[in-house]
Write a protein that binds this ligand. Sequence first.
Ligand SMILES: [Zn+2]
Ligand SMILES: [Zn+2]
Length: 219
Amino acid sequence: MSSSSPHTHSFDPDCPFCSLANHSPPLTQNNIDVLPPNVLLSTPRVLAFLDVQPLTTSAAHILITPRAHTPTLLQLSSQDAKALGEALPAVARAAAKALGYNDQDSNDYNSSPDFNLIQNNGPGAGQTVPHVHFHLVFRKKNSSSSSSSSSSPTTGFSLDSDHTEKIAKTMLTDSNRFAKTPALRWSYAAQVFGRGQRTDLDDDWTHHIVPQLRKLIKL
Ligand SMILES: [Zn+2]
Ligand SMILES: [Zn+2]
């Protein structure tokens, strides 16, 4: 595969991730300044960038996508799947370092950074942008408090845990009924799979963290 021959990628002009990909040529030392400020990684196949609407409970909220417009995981090509498979841990390692975890912490389960990797397919499962993407959501470090309030600032997607528990129980005890209740299904998807409270991405923090992340990602 020659890097000079352009890939023929499918492109959807109405898709925000295609638009971002279009403005993000594959990253080299020469074009690093032309990348949009929230883009961390831009290769011929994969893009990683800070979510412009991060979850309020996150220490870092990163999206990782194929460059090609791919509605769900079912259409992902094996080449893009391989590229994404390599990018996911590479971006996670970089983020852990940028957030202050050393290798020793990161390699130890007990002191590991807390983060989720989330990938939704279809509107009923909470997918809102029809271009395959993985949410890499790093949690704020637990400041050693074990408050048992119903909203969990360190572990939740702003979860109402009682509500979620009820939904989860309903799902377990009556999966048929669960499937037939769109509102409940949506509520479950929204809360459990990452559609919690969002905030605007902070510009100052972006300017601080993005150059570090670009350097730290080793593919
Ligand atoms: Zn797209
Ligand atoms: Zn999403």
